[in-house]
Every structure is written in structure tokens, then in C-alpha cells.
Ligand binder design. Structure first.
Ligand SMILES: Cc1cc2nc3c(=O)[nH]c(=O)nc-3n(C[C@H](O)[C@H](O)[C@H](O)COP(=O)(O)OP(=O)(O)OC[C@H]3O[C@@H](n4cnc5c(N)ncnc54)[C@H](O)[C@@H]3O)c2cc1C
Length: 237
């Protein structure tokens, strides 16, 4: 644990200013404070509250990072869902009922932990941890401008509580997600015209649980599969 005095900034200068306080920003702040406890870290987060967002299903690598590196195993078990791998359904033309699909997916519980997350919850939790472990967190703080003038001479100007404030920083880390503040400023952000994709993200209610008695009774094939692992919490495609 870091003492409050240790986390106090010297004037308006920080070792590291992190732009954006969601998953990446909070994790970076936490790791900095844990590995170099004296580091003065400021996290600036624009939103008042985190939203749910795309990116709520972890891979094994991300699961490992959350549990082994950040130490969130118990928290994740309590507040989120363990994911049961990736399950693929292959439909036939004219019939996309699960009973007519071939199915590929794990038969047993996954060996490495992965999760179906609620990002608004996780991001809130992580930002709280970063605050507790000695990062200065300012929210709501919208970064307006910044200058990258080299180590120790960088400046960040942000708006908070109707006031505009400028801090200096040895390092600035861009964790602003698709806002990509540094990439845009430097002109290094380029659209991938050769890969024109869109995404849609929704939450459904009243979905029949694939592993329920009701589903098995309605669809004989689901009953016959006898998969012991819960399929509903897999990433089903
Ligand atoms: C379609 C799609 C599907 C995806 N699916 C998955 C998935 O299944 N699993 C997975 O792990 N990942 C997935 N991802 C990727 C995942 O969403 C991102 O990697 C992740 O959200 C990045 O987290 P982050 O903290 O870097 O950025 P974000 O979560 O985008 O957070 C950026 C933060 O910066 C703040 N911010 C922005 N501008 C400013 C500013 N001017 N001042 C202050 N703060 C600011 C924002 O308020 C926000 O809180 C998916 C992405 C897409 C597009």
C-alpha cells in the first residue's frame, strides 16, 4: 500500500500523465505504482460514468493479465461471468435452428480463466483501485490540448469543473481508445480502407438458455449433445 503523502504531486508536475482512465489507463497507472511506488501518476478521465462497450469477452491472454498480473481472480468470480470458450455453430441453408447445426466447442470447463465482462463495472473497479493505490485521478477531466516537447517538458491542458488547468509531465500515455489523441495529433492515425468493417453491439433479453431443461425439451438435438460445460456463457457464433 502506498502512503497518501507519497502520492502527492509536486505542484503541477507528474512523472506520467495518462489520457483516459478506462481499462488500459487504469491498468497502466496501477502497474506503474506497483512497480515504481514513488512514481507520480495522473489519470485524466473524461466520462462521468463508464458505459458498457464492445470488448466484453476476454481471450485467455487477457484473462491471464487480469488474474495473474492485476490479481483480480476473486473480484472477477464475484462480479462477472466465467466464459466457457468459443463455440461455433454451422447452419445449413434454410435451417438455422440449433438442432440442424453442427457445433464445435469445448466439452469441458476451460483450463485457463476467461471472462464475459461488464466493462462499465470493470473499468469503474480498476479506476477505483488506481486511485486507492496512489494515482491521482481527475474525473471528469476532458483533455483539450497537449504538447509533446520531450521528456519532462510535455504539457497537458484539460477542463475539469468548468476550469482549465495545465500540468507538465515527463511522460504522456495515450489510453484514450478510439479517440486516439496522440495518433491524431501526430497524424499517424490512418483509416484502413482495405478493411471496410462495421460492428453492431446489442444486449438481448429473454434469450432461451441453451443448457436449460426448457431448451432441451424444445429441441431434441440439444438434449442429445450432453455437453457438461455451460454453453450459454461461451462466445457463441
Ligand atoms: C467491434 C469491437 C469488438 C471488440 N471485441 C472485443 C472483445 O471481445 N474482447 C476484447 O478484449 N476486446 C474487444 N475489443 C477491443 C476493446 O474494445 C478495446 O481494446 C478496449 O476497449 C480498449 O480499452 P482502452 O481502455 O484502451 O480504451 P477505451 O475502453 O476506449 O477507453 C478510452 C477512455 O478514454 C477516455 N477519453 C477519450 N477521450 C478523452 C479525452 N479527450 N480526455 C479524457 N479522457 C478521454 C474515454 O472516456 C474512455 O473512458 C473490441 C473492439 C471493437 C471495436
Amino acid at each position: 500500500m502506498v502512503s497518501a503523502a507519497e502520492s502527492q504531486p509536486t505542484g503541477d508536475h507528474y512523472d506520467l500523465v495518462i489520457l483516459g482512465g478506462a481499462f488500459s489507463g487504469s491498468s497502466l497507472g496501477l502497474l506503474m505504482r506497483r512497480q515504481r511506488p514513488g512514481t507520480r501518476v495522473l489519470i485524466l478521465e473524461k466520462s462521468e460514468k463508464f458505459d458498457r462497450k464492445v470488448g466484453e469477452s476476454t481471450s485467455e491472454v487477457a484473462g491471464c493479465f487480469l488474474t495473474r498480473v492485476l490479481g483480480l481472480s476473486s473480484y472477477l468470480a464475484r462480479e462477472h461471468f466465467q466464459k466457457n470458450g468459443l463455440r461455433l455453430w454451422f447452419n445449413k441453408e434454410g435451417n438455422d435452428c440449433p438442432s440442424a447445426c453442427s457445433e464445435i466447442g469445448p466439452f469441458t470447463q476451460a483450463r485457463f480463466p476467461t471472462y464475459q465482462l461488464d466493462r462499465s463495472k470493470l473499468d469503474t473497479h480498476l479506476l477505483g483501485m488506481a486511485d486507492e493505490e496512489g494515482c491521482d485521478v481527475i474525473r471528469t477531466a476532458s483533455v483539450k490540448t497537449f504538447e509533446l516537447d520531450g521528456a519532462g517538458k510535455n504539457t497537458v491542458t484539460f477542463k475539469h469543473d468548468g476550469m482549465t488547468r495545465t500540468v507538465t509531465a515527463d511522460w504522456i500515455a495515450d489510453c484514450s481508445g478510439k479517440a486516439a489523441l496522440i495518433g491524431r495529433k501526430r497524424g499517424t492515425l490512418r483509416p484502413l480502407d482495405g478493411h471496410p468493417v462495421h460492428s453492431m453491439w446489442v444486449r438481448f433479453r429473454n434469450v432461451t438458455d441453451l443448457d436449460s431443461y426448457k431448451a432441451r425439451m424444445a429441441c431434441e438435438a440439444l438434449d442429445e449433445m450432453k455437453t457438461p460445460v455451460g454453453r450459454t456463457r461461451a462466445t457463441n457464433r
